[in-house]
Design a protein around this ligand. Sequence first.
Ligand code: AMP
Ligand code: MG
Length: 396
Amino acid sequence: MSRELLTYDAALEIMRGAIHPTKRTERLALENAVGRIIATDLHAEGDNPRFDNSGVDGYAISCAEDGLEGAVLVLSDSVSAGSQSLTRIEKGTAVRIFTGAPTPPGTWGIVMQEDVSLNGGRIQISRMVSQGDFIRRAGADFQFGKLLMKSGTRIDPSNVPLLAFNGEVRPPVFVRPKVAVISTGDEIVSSADIPSGPQIRDTNGPMLAALTGSVLGNWPEIVLVRDNRQEVVDAIWRASELSDVVILSGGASVGDRDFVASVLQQIGHIHFHGVKIRPGKPVLFGQVGASFVFGLPGNPASSYVCFELFVREALLRLTGALEPPLRWWPMRLGFDHKAMGRDDFVRARMQDGILQSAGEQGSFGIISPAEAEFLIRFPVDQDLYSGDTCLAAALG
Ligand code: AMP
Ligand code: MG
């Protein structure tokens, strides 16, 4: 890696060029479709509201004169949500109406029940009514044919009502990619085991599985592999046959016991290896057959940042999602930062509207990912100071 390293932006472009959004779709029951990416443009199949209706419990009246303060009106009918009054309101009369009920023909305005006094079969208006008061018009929210969801949008609880409105109870969604997670390293034991001597527990595997789960909804299997060339070959082979994406951690650099890059060169193809970022400089992206392979550095914070910088977007693209996950916004910085000659990604927290560093930033740490709410992107060659504006993205 002595050659000039790619910039983050250049590496992202290479990845986007290599990974095309999927076209494969399936239909799922709505309850199973939440979190998935819709594979069709959803157009409103009617107006919302469907009909003019009352926004309050009150009385529907037929003309301006009947809405004057002091007017006395005879009650002629009553209509509640789910029922309908089909006779026209006559001048001098009022129809009792409840929230959500269709307005009777001839409704000019509605007076709230709090603004009348009731006396036998009559009401007296105590506050003037204006035309259209408390009538919720058909189509005020949206009209027939409106684009409610674009293909490529994630189905979230907040847009489930749009699908339900259309009666779309089995929406078409894009098929999800299959993912494999491989932790490499002679020192690594399963997080279920007790480390002894120079061993450490695998923290990257569960983290990468969980991060993958946050995109796809399920945890992939985690495989542990020694720093042994043949083991790495076998593991990548097997994983790439079964999965659309293989995420490795460790062994991505160029040390004597780092095999991921050379193995990938041998059995597949490398799109990029090494990016001018911190942490995560040795990050590697390649392919074996149709399966995409990420080699993330073993340092946990590096693995974490590289997942957020590259892998999350790759997985989203493979689920058909249109939007890149990281959106960089100007935010107020609460500490000084010296330029590093690389894009420097700092895990940060928001305190009183100002971004502060989230704990130990060394790439060996696992506290900073746990505490971070935002990732700050410090520019390659510009020092920033407390009080300056920086670019930061909310973490997924
Ligand atoms: P490597 O990228 O293999 O050179 O590893 C860099 C550092 O990350 C070393 O200190 C490793 O022990 C550590 N590391 C590698 N893999 C993992 C893992 N799965 N969980 C926790 N730490 C790891
Ligand atoms: Mg290693």
